[in-house]
Design a protein around this ligand. Structure first.
Ligand code: HPA
Length: 234
């Protein structure tokens, strides 16, 4: 298949860290070419199992992921994005290394409060993508949990209520910093999004994976993300 340097695939895998995007492009894609969007988002398009897939780094935090997703969805071809990332947890049912798939994203951020002028919007996953990812995970014998993930603006919540507050009592599985922004942007564009997270740390005792593990041991999530976004590419 011929690749045009300026073309982005229909499906984009979107880790937060641009270095992880490059790592995926180098290690998992063939005939890889770099692309750059006007707002500075860079990524790679390449062939995965015969189909063209793109991978880009969103940067960290809700504003960054919303800018990246807006720019990607503004490309006519782009229809689906899967964020792959890490999250923390204070949920007793959830362990470091678990894979979580976000059915919806609660948020402490003001993005939707502002957009909906005080009413509460519920950013949800694309149902078809959720079905594809869960089917693939079962077929690949990868364990996962599906549920509500909390997207925060603060990594370290200075109110110190994070580990004790009622998100966990209401079944939230994990906490990260982008999901609500991605889901909201996808819904605004009437396009598709899904978030898959690996639990990288416990926010109760701040234990977690080493940076080296973060970089390399997320293979299962990368493969699940690639095999899932594959179904939305051609
Ligand atoms: N909080 C917010 N975002 C995160 C965390 C966390 O504990 N771990 C990984 N991303």
């Amino acid at each position: 298949m011929e690749l045009n340097a300026n073309t982005i695939a229909k499906g984009v895998l979107l880790p937060g860290d641009p270095k992880r995007a490059q790592y995926i492009a180098v290690n998992y894609l063939k005939q890889t070419e770099e692309f750059r969007l006007d707002n500075g988002i860079t990524g790679y398009s390449g062939i995965y199992d015969g189909r063209r897939i793109s991978v880009a780094g969103s940067g960290m935090g809700i504003p960054s992921v919303m800018l990246a997703a807006d720019a990607l969805y503004d490309c006519d071809d782009v229809n689906a994005i899967i964020r792959i990332g890490t999250c923390g947890t204070a949920q007793s049912e959830v362990n470091i290394g678990d894979m979580l798939i976000a059915l919806g994203c609660s948020t402490t951020s003001g993005i939707n409060y502002r957009t909906f002028e005080g009413d509460l919007f519920c950013p949800v996953a694309d149902f078809e993508m959720l079905q594809v990812a869960t089917d693939k995970a079962v077929a690949m014998n990868i364990g996962f949990k599906v549920g509500n993930i909390l997207s925060c603006d603060l990594f370290y919540d200075l109110t110190e209520s994070e580990a004790n507050n009622r998100w966990w009592d209401f079944g939230v599985l994990g906490v990260e910093m982008e999901g609500a922004g991605l889901y909201t942007t996808a819904l605004k564009h009437q396009k598709k999004a899904l978030m898959i997270c690996t639990v990288s740390d416990s926010i109760i005792n701040r234990q977690g994976m080493t940076p080296k593990q973060r970089e390399t041991s997320l293979h299962d999530m990368i493969i699940l993300g690639l095999n899932s976004i594959y179904e939305f590419c051609d």
